[in-house]
Design a protein around this ligand. Structure first.
Ligand code: SF4
Ligand code: SF4
Length: 443
């Protein structure tokens, strides 16, 4: 067990972070107009019904409910043992990622979404002090927008859908419907959650509906100042979630934000993940890219990393790199972990082929579009579902600036992988291992 860190749990008084990181001229362009100037999907004409999502059948696979069967080895996995993926799961993954990638390379035009973030909520039941990504005054997505979004994405060959928030499980029945419908359309569905509402019956329903991956966001073992997203309050749910993944076929990983006041927790969560045979993914705590008028924690934020914290954060990153070299499963590559040191000091120094607005996008609760999560609050009009207005020239010009300040993990991975040579090499490395996963990660 590592030695406890000596960082203070409360920040020095009077520390105020910048309201936004983006360059001033670009910020003015993206945030200049009123939110009402974004175009929204038309509601059906008077008299026409709003579309709805089908009522999920549950259970679709009743044989998977109930107690563990100790005679069936597929229903549990001893710690540190490699997981076995079935042919059906392998085909599903290839259809989710590889086939849309290949189509995007041969079809005309620049808009070929491979992954879409569907913000079903912009409300949250917690208040992580670094997080501006919720506003409890905003109504959640309705079924009409959710269904039309999924249908529109499907028609554009997109087969990976991530529910987003806020907290997507605030309305577990709604999340169930969305996952059920998207999975029925053959999509590979991903759910991030803080886990507080992830009851056992909710896990069974979402898994039965066809959930592919669950990203459990936890920043601490026990609740800390400014970091309510902890494992202790959800430990029973976590144990159930981990156990049931082998039965249903979904995967689980921890998502941990490295902050100034959780460095010891980062290590402990990494070990807990290892002991439970799941992977981890890390972010480094950031201030907002664009101004967030609803955000309340710019002042005296206990989570923000300050220059005096850099040496201790470096130590944690070096420790994670060593653990990954020792076989711990992590979504970030070792070079990406090392890059966090540079990013927290001075941002990104080189362009990194961001594909947002071309191969990834977000759909806000009202059906309007933006290229990426950091641009959720931008008022710039990129169109709406069924009528996107992404323009490559505008995106490229914008990214000349915003790439320097952005550490979007998904878009970095997408930018790195959007390369025919890498895709072919990864495919053959996977094939050589029978599509049972490759050692290390994509780099
Ligand atoms: S749980 Fe997630 S959405 Fe909610 S405040 Fe924390 S980081 Fe933000
Ligand atoms: S670099 Fe890409 S992901 Fe990051 S803010 Fe700009 S467009 Fe969005």
């Amino acid at each position: 067990m590592p030695e406890p860190q000596l960082l203070p749990s409360a920040p020095p008084e009077g520390y105020t972070a910048p309201a936004y990181k983006l360059d001033v001229p670009l910020h003015a362009v993206l945030m200049g107009s009123q939110p009402g100037q974004r175009s929204l999907p038309p509601i059906p004409p008077p008299g026409a019904p709003l579309q709805s999502l089908p009522e999920p059948v549950f259970p679709q696979r009743p044989e998977l409910l109930g107690e563990d069967n100790p005679r069936d080895p597929d229903w549990s996995l001893p710690a540190h043992q490699r997981r076995h993926w079935t042919p059906h799961q392998i085909v599903h993954t290839l259809q989710g990622w590889l086939v849309p990638y290949m189509k995007s390379r041969v079809k005309p035009g620049d808009f070929h979404p491979l992954i879409a973030y569907l913000f079903t909520e912009w409300k949250c039941n917690l208040d992580c002090n670094y997080c501006w990504a919720f506003d409890n005054r905003v109504k959640g997505m309705n079924e009409d927008v959710a269904r039309r979004s999924i249908d529109w994405l499907f028609d554009h060959d997109c087969r990976v859908l991530a529910l987003m928030g806020g907290e997507p499980l605030l309305r577990p029945d709604f999340a169930h419907k969305v996952i059920y419908y998207a999975a029925k359309r053959g999509m590979w569905v991903y759910l991030p959650t803080n886990g507080r509402l992830m009851r056992e019956d909710v896990i069974d329903k979402l898994a039965d509906a066809g959930l592919a991956t669950l990203n459990l966001a936890v920043d601490a073992v026990d609740i800390k100042p400014g970091l309510p997203k902890a494992l202790a309050p959800i430990r029973n749910y976590f144990d159930y979630l981990v156990k049931r993944q082998y039965r249903y076929g979904y995967s689980v990983f921890f998502n941990v934000n490295i902050c100034r006041n959780n460095l010891d927790d980062v290590r402990q969560l990494t070990e807990i993940a290892r002991d439970n045979g799941i992977a981890t993914d890390y972010h480094v705590c950031e201030t907002p890219l664009t101004e967030q008028s609803h955000f309340r924690h710019l002042n005296d934020n206990p989570t923000y990393i300050r220059p005096e914290d850099w040496p201790l954060v470096d130590e944690v990153l070096d420790w994670l790199i060593e653990k990954q070299k020792g076989g711990y499963r992590m979504l970030n590559s070792t070079s990406r972990l090392a890059q966090m040191k540079t990013f927290m000091r001075s941002g990104m120094n080189e362009p990194w082929n961001c594909r947002a607005g071309q191969n990834s996008l977000i759909i806000r609760t009202d059906g309007s579009l933006a290229p990426c999560f950091p641009m959720y609050s931008a008022t710039y009009d990129w169109g709406h579902i069924e009528k996107q207005k992404f323009e490559t020239a505008q995106l490229n010009q914008m990214k000349e600036s915003c790439q320097q300040h952005c550490f979007s993990t998904l878009n970095h991975i997408l930018g790195y992988c959007y390369d025919d040579g890498r895709v072919i090499r990864t495919f053959f490395r996977q094939a050589l291992r029978g599509f049972q996963g490759i050692e290390g990660n994509l780099e």
